[in-house]
Design a protein around this ligand. Structure first.
Ligand code: ADP
Ligand code: MG
Length: 316
């Protein structure tokens, strides 16, 4: 039952609790001092936290539903990059005021995605303050099998899922709104199924949250390798291609918020990866290769190194 509109912290928590779905492995969920969870035998836990702050990660006017979706999506994207199966999450909300209608919408977006990915909301915290949302997500992965940033090997292929640059393009000042781009920014699809299938197939993986070159840079640093990326090979959506914008390549190579997976794999896996793309109905594009060194070099159509203005988003 949804409790009557109230203003207190406990009314808000009760509104959330009334809507969460159960999972058999939640021994104690919302309502006690801590959740108690039962991990499957032989599995390890992957744990990740991401915070969204108003004015930094999203505009104040962002719809509550989209915010709820995205707060969970960015965390599921990190679990996907580890090859983990989402299991449980917590939600810390800092809210400037008690607004039950806003909260209901927020929770609806959050639980839409939680239901899709079978992740249970098992606890959190609700406080007053500037609008800020912190989610912790926990996933399970067979012991010793998690995908890592470290592990890229010399001459591996570099792959990326989906398309790049839509979210960055959505932030550009277009004369007319581009709904397809906005949707990519506001409703990212974490590549959870792909991540799980990449276990045992990919050598290294990361999700593309800060920008392809920056995130591939993390893989290279962790692996003690360099990479060469072919800019003309970067996948773009039809919407993005139709724009013919000068910034397109920069958005694809260094724009943030794509939440695709970038991974490396031996060239002997090309057929398996092509089959996986078919099975998941998700484009998987070979965009470069791992080389010796410690740099990520992006090459244009003529094989000339390309330098963007920035390689990704950094807070400080
Ligand atoms: P405590 O004071 O013991 O930390 P709280 O009053 O903060 O307990 O929380 C009561 C219960 O509600 C706990 O189980 C907590 O995990 C849960 N909870 C609080 N806020 C949220 C939230 N935003 N989303 C989900 N669960 C929440
Ligand atoms: Mg608390």
């Amino acid at each position: 039952m949804i409790p009557p509109s109230g203003s207190g912290e406990f009314d808000l928590i009760a509104r959330i609790r009334a809507r969460v779905r159960d999972r058999g492995d939640v021994v104690v969920g919302i309502g006690d001092d801590a959740a108690v969870l039962q991990p499957p035998a032989g599995q390890q836990l992957a744990i990740t936290t991401d915070t969204l702050n108003v004015g930094v990660h999203f505009f104040a006017e962002t719809r509550a539903r989209d915010l709820g979706w995205k707060a969970l999506a960015v965390n599921l994207s990190d679990l996907a990059a580890m090859g983990a199966e989402p299991a449980w999450c917590t939600l810390s909300l800092s809210l400037p005021e008690s607004d039950p209608a806003w909260l209901d919408e927020f929770i609806e977006g959050f639980l839409d995605l939680a239901g899709e990915q079978r992740i249970a909301l098992v606890g959190g915290d609700t406080t007053r303050g500037p609008l800020s949302i912190a989610v912790t997500a926990i996933g399970c992965v067979d012991a010793g099998r998690a995908l890592r940033r470290a592990g890229a090997c010399l001459e591996d292929d570099v792959w990326v899922s989906g398309t790049l640059g839509d979210a960055a393009a959505a932030l550009a000042p277009w004369p007319t709104p581009r709904d397809a781009l906005r949707r990519r920014l506001e409703r990212p699809q974490p590549r959870v199924a792909l991540g799980r299938q990449l276990v045992g197939l990919a050598h290294a993986a990361a999700d593309v949250s800060d920008g392809l070159l920056a995130d591939l840079g993390h893989i290279c640093r962790a692996s003690g390798m360099g990479a060469e990326i072919w800019l003309p090979s970067l996948p773009a959506s039809e919407t993005l291609l139709a724009l013919e914008a000068n910034d397109r390549v920069a958005w694809q190579a260094s724009g943030g918020d794509d939440y695709e997976l970038c991974f490396t794999a031996a060239s002997s896996q090309r057929d398996a990866i092509a089959r996986l793309a078919k099975e998941l109905d998700l484009p998987l594009t070979r965009i470069g290769r791992i080389v010796a060194g410690n740099e990520v070099v992006a090459l244009d159509a003529l094989g000339r190194p390309w330098r963007g203005e920035r390689n990704g988003y950094a807070h400080f």
